[in-house]
Design a protein around this ligand. Structure first.
Ligand code: MLT
Length: 408
Protein backbone atom coordinates (compact mmCIF):
# COMPACT_ATOMS: atom_id res chain seq x y z
CA UNK A 1 0.00 0.00 0.00
CA UNK A 2 1.36 3.35 -0.97
CA UNK A 3 2.34 5.71 1.86
CA UNK A 4 1.39 9.34 1.49
CA UNK A 5 3.38 12.27 2.83
CA UNK A 6 1.61 12.46 6.17
CA UNK A 7 2.91 15.97 6.78
CA UNK A 8 0.15 17.14 4.44
CA UNK A 9 -2.42 15.79 6.88
CA UNK A 10 -1.06 18.08 9.56
CA UNK A 11 -1.68 21.24 7.54
CA UNK A 12 -4.52 23.26 9.02
CA UNK A 13 -7.49 24.01 6.74
CA UNK A 14 -6.72 25.51 3.37
CA UNK A 15 -4.09 27.90 2.08
CA UNK A 16 -4.86 31.42 3.40
CA UNK A 17 -5.71 33.07 0.09
CA UNK A 18 -7.90 30.13 -0.96
CA UNK A 19 -9.84 30.46 2.30
CA UNK A 20 -10.27 34.21 1.77
CA UNK A 21 -11.46 33.58 -1.81
CA UNK A 22 -13.88 30.92 -0.55
CA UNK A 23 -15.41 33.32 1.98
CA UNK A 24 -15.76 36.08 -0.60
CA UNK A 25 -17.44 33.66 -3.02
CA UNK A 26 -19.84 32.44 -0.30
CA UNK A 27 -20.73 36.03 0.61
CA UNK A 28 -21.30 37.00 -3.02
CA UNK A 29 -23.48 33.92 -3.61
CA UNK A 30 -25.60 34.82 -0.59
CA UNK A 31 -25.87 38.50 -1.62
CA UNK A 32 -26.59 38.62 -5.35
CA UNK A 33 -26.08 42.06 -6.86
CA UNK A 34 -23.48 43.11 -4.26
CA UNK A 35 -20.06 43.92 -5.75
CA UNK A 36 -17.07 43.31 -3.55
CA UNK A 37 -13.95 45.45 -3.96
CA UNK A 38 -10.95 43.19 -3.46
CA UNK A 39 -8.08 44.62 -1.48
CA UNK A 40 -7.24 41.09 -0.36
CA UNK A 41 -4.76 39.03 -2.40
CA UNK A 42 -1.81 41.06 -3.65
CA UNK A 43 -2.55 40.67 -7.34
CA UNK A 44 -1.77 43.49 -9.77
CA UNK A 45 -4.49 45.15 -11.87
CA UNK A 46 -2.54 47.44 -14.25
CA UNK A 47 -2.01 45.96 -17.74
CA UNK A 48 1.44 44.94 -18.96
CA UNK A 49 3.36 47.98 -20.21
CA UNK A 50 3.77 48.63 -23.98
CA UNK A 51 7.51 47.85 -24.01
CA UNK A 52 6.81 44.37 -22.61
CA UNK A 53 3.92 43.76 -24.99
CA UNK A 54 6.02 44.80 -28.00
CA UNK A 55 8.90 42.53 -26.98
CA UNK A 56 6.51 39.62 -26.46
CA UNK A 57 4.78 40.19 -29.82
CA UNK A 58 8.15 40.29 -31.54
CA UNK A 59 9.26 37.06 -29.93
CA UNK A 60 5.96 35.33 -30.73
CA UNK A 61 6.61 36.19 -34.40
CA UNK A 62 10.16 34.84 -34.06
CA UNK A 63 8.77 31.58 -32.70
CA UNK A 64 6.78 31.20 -35.92
CA UNK A 65 9.94 31.06 -38.06
CA UNK A 66 12.40 28.23 -38.51
CA UNK A 67 15.36 30.47 -37.59
CA UNK A 68 13.68 32.13 -34.61
CA UNK A 69 11.99 29.10 -33.09
CA UNK A 70 13.02 28.20 -29.53
CA UNK A 71 12.41 24.81 -27.98
CA UNK A 72 13.60 23.98 -24.48
CA UNK A 73 15.66 26.89 -23.22
CA UNK A 74 18.38 26.79 -20.59
CA UNK A 75 16.73 25.76 -17.29
CA UNK A 76 18.55 28.62 -15.57
CA UNK A 77 17.20 31.26 -17.94
CA UNK A 78 18.47 32.75 -21.21
CA UNK A 79 21.80 34.60 -20.95
CA UNK A 80 20.18 37.81 -22.29
CA UNK A 81 17.90 37.98 -19.24
CA UNK A 82 20.43 36.82 -16.64
CA UNK A 83 22.88 39.44 -17.93
CA UNK A 84 20.26 42.20 -17.89
CA UNK A 85 19.32 41.33 -14.30
CA UNK A 86 22.98 41.30 -13.18
CA UNK A 87 23.61 44.66 -14.84
CA UNK A 88 20.48 46.58 -13.88
CA UNK A 89 19.32 45.11 -10.58
CA UNK A 90 22.77 44.56 -9.07
CA UNK A 91 25.77 46.21 -10.78
CA UNK A 92 23.84 49.51 -11.16
CA UNK A 93 23.42 49.49 -7.37
CA UNK A 94 27.03 48.64 -6.68
CA UNK A 95 26.60 44.89 -6.12
CA UNK A 96 28.64 42.24 -7.84
CA UNK A 97 26.22 39.45 -8.79
CA UNK A 98 27.22 37.34 -11.77
CA UNK A 99 24.78 36.02 -14.39
CA UNK A 100 25.67 32.43 -13.44
CA UNK A 101 24.48 33.16 -9.89
CA UNK A 102 21.01 34.10 -11.20
CA UNK A 103 18.37 31.43 -11.81
CA UNK A 104 15.32 32.61 -13.75
CA UNK A 105 12.11 30.86 -12.69
CA UNK A 106 8.33 30.97 -12.90
CA UNK A 107 7.83 32.71 -9.56
CA UNK A 108 9.25 33.73 -6.21
CA UNK A 109 6.49 31.69 -4.57
CA UNK A 110 7.70 28.53 -6.33
CA UNK A 111 11.34 29.27 -5.52
CA UNK A 112 10.66 30.07 -1.84
CA UNK A 113 8.84 26.76 -1.61
CA UNK A 114 11.23 24.69 -3.72
CA UNK A 115 14.45 25.92 -2.12
CA UNK A 116 13.76 23.54 0.77
CA UNK A 117 14.65 20.66 -1.58
CA UNK A 118 18.36 21.39 -1.13
CA UNK A 119 18.25 21.47 2.68
CA UNK A 120 17.93 18.62 5.16
CA UNK A 121 14.63 18.12 6.93
CA UNK A 122 16.29 18.29 10.35
CA UNK A 123 17.26 21.96 10.02
CA UNK A 124 15.66 24.41 12.42
CA UNK A 125 13.65 27.11 10.67
CA UNK A 126 12.96 30.66 11.86
CA UNK A 127 10.12 32.71 10.42
CA UNK A 128 8.73 36.13 11.09
CA UNK A 129 5.33 36.22 12.75
CA UNK A 130 3.21 37.33 10.89
CA UNK A 131 4.64 35.70 7.78
CA UNK A 132 3.90 34.97 4.11
CA UNK A 133 2.27 31.53 4.60
CA UNK A 134 4.28 29.85 1.82
CA UNK A 135 7.44 29.74 3.99
CA UNK A 136 5.59 27.98 6.80
CA UNK A 137 3.39 25.63 4.80
CA UNK A 138 6.19 24.38 2.54
CA UNK A 139 8.39 23.62 5.55
CA UNK A 140 5.45 21.85 7.16
CA UNK A 141 5.02 19.76 4.00
CA UNK A 142 8.69 18.79 4.18
CA UNK A 143 8.40 17.81 7.86
CA UNK A 144 10.59 20.64 9.15
CA UNK A 145 7.79 22.35 11.09
CA UNK A 146 6.84 19.47 13.40
CA UNK A 147 3.20 19.41 14.51
CA UNK A 148 0.60 22.11 14.32
CA UNK A 149 -0.68 23.18 17.73
CA UNK A 150 -4.23 24.32 17.00
CA UNK A 151 -4.72 26.14 20.32
CA UNK A 152 -1.62 28.27 19.75
CA UNK A 153 -2.02 28.60 15.99
CA UNK A 154 1.64 27.60 15.50
CA UNK A 155 3.95 24.73 14.57
CA UNK A 156 5.95 23.28 17.43
CA UNK A 157 9.33 23.00 15.62
CA UNK A 158 9.38 26.44 14.01
CA UNK A 159 11.04 29.42 15.64
CA UNK A 160 8.54 32.28 15.45
CA UNK A 161 9.96 35.79 15.62
CA UNK A 162 7.18 38.17 16.62
CA UNK A 163 7.00 41.29 14.44
CA UNK A 164 5.00 43.71 16.46
CA UNK A 165 4.54 47.43 16.92
CA UNK A 166 7.19 47.50 19.67
CA UNK A 167 9.99 46.28 17.34
CA UNK A 168 8.74 48.19 14.29
CA UNK A 169 7.64 44.82 12.81
CA UNK A 170 11.31 43.92 12.23
CA UNK A 171 12.70 41.17 14.49
CA UNK A 172 16.16 40.71 15.99
CA UNK A 173 18.02 37.41 15.55
CA UNK A 174 16.65 34.80 17.99
CA UNK A 175 18.46 33.41 21.04
CA UNK A 176 18.10 29.89 19.63
CA UNK A 177 20.20 28.77 16.68
CA UNK A 178 18.14 28.90 13.52
CA UNK A 179 19.58 27.08 10.49
CA UNK A 180 17.24 28.50 7.87
CA UNK A 181 15.96 32.04 8.34
CA UNK A 182 13.23 33.49 6.14
CA UNK A 183 13.28 37.29 5.90
CA UNK A 184 11.07 39.38 3.63
CA UNK A 185 11.69 43.12 3.25
CA UNK A 186 9.76 45.23 2.32
CA UNK A 187 7.59 42.89 4.30
CA UNK A 188 4.56 40.95 3.27
CA UNK A 189 2.20 41.36 5.16
CA UNK A 190 3.20 44.28 7.42
CA UNK A 191 4.81 46.57 4.81
CA UNK A 192 7.74 47.14 7.24
CA UNK A 193 11.32 47.58 6.07
CA UNK A 194 14.65 46.66 7.68
CA UNK A 195 17.54 49.07 8.10
CA UNK A 196 21.06 48.32 6.93
CA UNK A 197 22.11 47.87 10.58
CA UNK A 198 19.32 45.38 11.21
CA UNK A 199 20.26 43.37 8.12
CA UNK A 200 23.93 43.49 9.12
CA UNK A 201 23.00 41.92 12.48
CA UNK A 202 21.25 39.12 10.57
CA UNK A 203 24.19 38.56 8.25
CA UNK A 204 26.62 38.44 11.20
CA UNK A 205 24.34 36.01 13.03
CA UNK A 206 24.05 33.75 9.97
CA UNK A 207 27.79 33.74 9.28
CA UNK A 208 28.56 33.04 12.95
CA UNK A 209 26.10 30.13 13.13
CA UNK A 210 26.46 28.63 9.67
CA UNK A 211 22.82 29.56 8.97
CA UNK A 212 21.32 30.54 5.62
CA UNK A 213 19.15 33.62 5.17
CA UNK A 214 16.41 33.12 2.58
CA UNK A 215 15.76 36.72 1.64
CA UNK A 216 12.57 37.57 -0.22
CA UNK A 217 12.80 41.00 -1.81
CA UNK A 218 9.84 40.64 -4.18
CA UNK A 219 8.62 44.11 -3.18
CA UNK A 220 11.89 46.06 -3.43
CA UNK A 221 10.58 48.15 -6.36
CA UNK A 222 8.17 49.84 -3.97
CA UNK A 223 10.90 51.32 -1.76
CA UNK A 224 10.65 55.11 -1.71
CA UNK A 225 13.16 56.11 0.97
CA UNK A 226 16.80 56.44 -0.11
CA UNK A 227 18.37 54.68 2.89
CA UNK A 228 16.25 51.47 2.74
CA UNK A 229 18.26 48.51 1.35
CA UNK A 230 16.85 46.85 -1.78
CA UNK A 231 18.89 43.67 -1.52
CA UNK A 232 20.55 41.54 1.15
CA UNK A 233 23.67 41.68 -1.05
CA UNK A 234 24.07 45.36 -0.20
CA UNK A 235 25.20 44.07 3.20
CA UNK A 236 28.82 43.07 3.67
CA UNK A 237 29.19 39.36 4.33
CA UNK A 238 25.85 38.37 2.76
CA UNK A 239 27.45 36.42 -0.07
CA UNK A 240 28.53 33.70 2.34
CA UNK A 241 25.14 33.31 4.03
CA UNK A 242 22.22 34.45 1.85
CA UNK A 243 20.01 33.47 -1.06
CA UNK A 244 17.76 36.15 -2.55
CA UNK A 245 14.37 35.82 -4.27
CA UNK A 246 13.07 38.47 -6.64
CA UNK A 247 10.11 38.65 -8.97
CA UNK A 248 8.72 40.51 -11.97
CA UNK A 249 5.21 39.90 -10.60
CA UNK A 250 4.71 43.05 -8.59
CA UNK A 251 7.52 45.06 -10.21
CA UNK A 252 6.23 44.70 -13.77
CA UNK A 253 2.75 43.20 -13.51
CA UNK A 254 3.84 39.63 -14.31
CA UNK A 255 1.54 37.76 -11.90
CA UNK A 256 -0.16 36.16 -14.90
CA UNK A 257 2.98 36.03 -17.01
CA UNK A 258 5.19 34.21 -14.48
CA UNK A 259 8.82 35.26 -14.25
CA UNK A 260 11.10 35.64 -11.24
CA UNK A 261 14.66 34.86 -10.24
CA UNK A 262 16.75 33.56 -7.39
CA UNK A 263 20.35 34.53 -6.65
CA UNK A 264 22.65 31.90 -5.16
CA UNK A 265 26.20 33.28 -4.75
CA UNK A 266 29.13 31.07 -5.71
CA UNK A 267 30.74 31.57 -2.29
CA UNK A 268 27.80 30.01 -0.50
CA UNK A 269 28.85 26.59 0.79
CA UNK A 270 27.50 24.32 3.50
CA UNK A 271 28.40 20.73 4.33
CA UNK A 272 31.23 20.87 1.80
CA UNK A 273 28.81 21.61 -1.05
CA UNK A 274 28.33 24.70 -3.16
CA UNK A 275 24.64 25.66 -2.89
CA UNK A 276 24.69 27.18 -6.38
CA UNK A 277 25.52 23.70 -7.74
CA UNK A 278 22.80 22.05 -5.66
CA UNK A 279 20.18 24.55 -6.80
CA UNK A 280 21.37 24.14 -10.39
CA UNK A 281 21.01 20.36 -10.01
CA UNK A 282 17.53 20.77 -8.57
CA UNK A 283 16.36 23.17 -11.26
CA UNK A 284 17.81 21.24 -14.19
CA UNK A 285 16.14 18.08 -12.90
CA UNK A 286 12.72 19.42 -11.97
CA UNK A 287 12.23 22.55 -14.07
CA UNK A 288 12.33 23.23 -17.81
CA UNK A 289 12.69 26.98 -17.75
CA UNK A 290 10.48 30.00 -18.32
CA UNK A 291 8.99 30.43 -21.84
CA UNK A 292 11.22 32.32 -24.27
CA UNK A 293 8.42 34.83 -25.00
CA UNK A 294 8.01 35.63 -21.30
CA UNK A 295 11.77 36.06 -20.80
CA UNK A 296 11.90 38.49 -23.75
CA UNK A 297 9.05 40.39 -22.08
CA UNK A 298 10.99 40.49 -18.80
CA UNK A 299 14.12 41.69 -20.60
CA UNK A 300 12.11 44.66 -21.97
CA UNK A 301 11.53 45.85 -18.40
CA UNK A 302 15.21 46.92 -18.41
CA UNK A 303 15.03 49.08 -21.55
CA UNK A 304 14.74 52.85 -20.92
CA UNK A 305 11.10 52.87 -22.16
CA UNK A 306 10.21 49.73 -20.23
CA UNK A 307 11.76 51.13 -17.07
CA UNK A 308 9.89 54.45 -17.38
CA UNK A 309 6.61 52.63 -18.04
CA UNK A 310 6.84 50.24 -15.10
CA UNK A 311 7.78 53.13 -12.80
CA UNK A 312 4.46 54.78 -13.76
CA UNK A 313 2.56 51.67 -12.73
CA UNK A 314 4.49 51.42 -9.48
CA UNK A 315 3.70 55.09 -8.78
CA UNK A 316 0.02 54.34 -9.45
CA UNK A 317 0.04 51.63 -6.76
CA UNK A 318 2.05 53.85 -4.41
CA UNK A 319 -0.69 56.49 -4.70
CA UNK A 320 -3.27 53.83 -3.79
CA UNK A 321 -1.18 52.94 -0.75
CA UNK A 322 -1.18 56.57 0.26
CA UNK A 323 -4.96 56.83 -0.20
CA UNK A 324 -5.50 53.80 2.04
CA UNK A 325 -2.97 54.83 4.67
CA UNK A 326 -4.06 58.44 4.94
CA UNK A 327 -7.80 57.76 4.54
CA UNK A 328 -7.89 55.14 7.28
CA UNK A 329 -5.44 56.90 9.59
CA UNK A 330 -7.58 60.03 9.51
CA UNK A 331 -10.59 57.84 10.35
CA UNK A 332 -8.81 56.97 13.60
CA UNK A 333 -7.30 53.58 12.69
CA UNK A 334 -3.66 52.68 13.33
CA UNK A 335 -2.05 51.91 9.95
CA UNK A 336 1.48 50.64 9.29
CA UNK A 337 3.45 50.03 6.10
CA UNK A 338 2.31 51.41 2.76
CA UNK A 339 5.29 53.78 2.41
CA UNK A 340 7.95 51.45 0.98
CA UNK A 341 5.55 48.60 0.29
CA UNK A 342 2.23 47.92 -1.43
CA UNK A 343 0.72 46.53 1.80
CA UNK A 344 -0.99 48.38 4.63
CA UNK A 345 -1.14 46.64 7.96
CA UNK A 346 -4.12 47.91 9.88
CA UNK A 347 -4.89 47.43 13.55
CA UNK A 348 -8.53 46.42 14.06
CA UNK A 349 -10.59 48.81 16.19
CA UNK A 350 -11.41 47.91 19.82
CA UNK A 351 -9.18 44.83 19.78
CA UNK A 352 -11.53 43.02 17.41
CA UNK A 353 -10.36 39.64 16.07
CA UNK A 354 -8.93 39.63 12.54
CA UNK A 355 -11.52 37.28 11.02
CA UNK A 356 -14.37 39.14 12.77
CA UNK A 357 -13.17 42.45 11.34
CA UNK A 358 -12.68 40.79 7.94
CA UNK A 359 -16.34 39.63 8.03
CA UNK A 360 -17.56 43.03 9.23
CA UNK A 361 -15.73 44.97 6.50
CA UNK A 362 -16.89 42.46 3.89
CA UNK A 363 -20.50 42.74 4.98
CA UNK A 364 -20.79 46.42 5.86
CA UNK A 365 -18.33 48.04 3.45
CA UNK A 366 -18.25 45.31 0.78
CA UNK A 367 -14.46 45.36 0.81
CA UNK A 368 -12.39 42.17 0.92
CA UNK A 369 -9.21 42.27 3.02
CA UNK A 370 -6.88 39.61 4.39
CA UNK A 371 -7.16 38.77 8.10
CA UNK A 372 -3.85 39.21 9.90
CA UNK A 373 -4.35 36.04 11.96
CA UNK A 374 -3.99 34.06 8.73
CA UNK A 375 -0.34 35.17 8.59
CA UNK A 376 0.49 33.88 12.07
CA UNK A 377 -0.42 34.32 15.74
CA UNK A 378 1.07 37.83 16.02
CA UNK A 379 -1.14 38.90 13.11
CA UNK A 380 -4.23 38.54 15.30
CA UNK A 381 -5.91 41.92 15.72
CA UNK A 382 -4.77 43.16 12.30
CA UNK A 383 -5.93 43.01 8.71
CA UNK A 384 -3.88 43.56 5.55
CA UNK A 385 -4.99 45.76 2.65
CA UNK A 386 -3.27 45.82 -0.71
CA UNK A 387 -2.58 48.81 -2.93
CA UNK A 388 -2.84 46.73 -6.11
CA UNK A 389 -6.48 47.61 -6.85
CA UNK A 390 -7.77 50.16 -9.35
CA UNK A 391 -7.41 53.78 -8.22
CA UNK A 392 -11.16 54.52 -8.23
CA UNK A 393 -12.01 51.25 -6.52
CA UNK A 394 -9.44 52.00 -3.84
CA UNK A 395 -10.84 55.47 -3.15
CA UNK A 396 -14.37 54.07 -2.96
CA UNK A 397 -13.32 51.17 -0.74
CA UNK A 398 -11.63 53.54 1.71
CA UNK A 399 -14.70 55.81 1.70
CA UNK A 400 -16.95 52.86 2.44
CA UNK A 401 -14.78 51.67 5.34
CA UNK A 402 -14.71 55.23 6.72
CA UNK A 403 -18.49 55.43 6.43
CA UNK A 404 -18.82 52.06 8.18
CA UNK A 405 -16.67 53.31 11.05
CA UNK A 406 -18.57 56.59 11.25
CA UNK A 407 -21.89 54.77 11.55
CA UNK A 408 -20.33 52.66 14.30
C1 MLT B 1 -0.09 38.04 -1.37
O1 MLT B 1 -1.24 38.49 -1.45
O2 MLT B 1 0.51 37.91 -0.29
C2 MLT B 1 0.60 37.68 -2.62
O3 MLT B 1 -0.13 37.98 -3.73
C3 MLT B 1 0.83 36.26 -2.66
C4 MLT B 1 1.88 35.91 -3.65
O4 MLT B 1 2.60 36.76 -4.16
O5 MLT B 1 1.98 34.72 -3.87
Amino acid sequence: MVKINENYLKLPGSYLFSEVARRIAAYTAAHPGVTITKLSIGDVTRPLVPAVIQAMHKSVDEMGTAEGFHGYGPEQGYPFLREAIARHDYAARGMDVKPEEIFVSDGAKSDCGNIGDIFGTDNTVAVCDPVYPVYVDTNAMAGRAGDYVEALGRWNRLIYMPCVEANGFSPEPPKETADLIYLCFPNNPTGATATREQLKAWVDYANANGSIILYDSAYEAFITREDVPHSIFEIEGARTCAIEFRSFSKTAGFTGNRCAYTVVPMELERGGARLNSLWNRRQTTKFNGVPYVVQRGAEAVYTPEGRAQILENIAYYQRNAQVIREGLTSAGLACFGGVDAPYIWLKTPDGMGSWDFFDLVLDRANVATTPGAGFGPSGEGYIRLTAFGGAEDTVQAVDRIREMLRRG
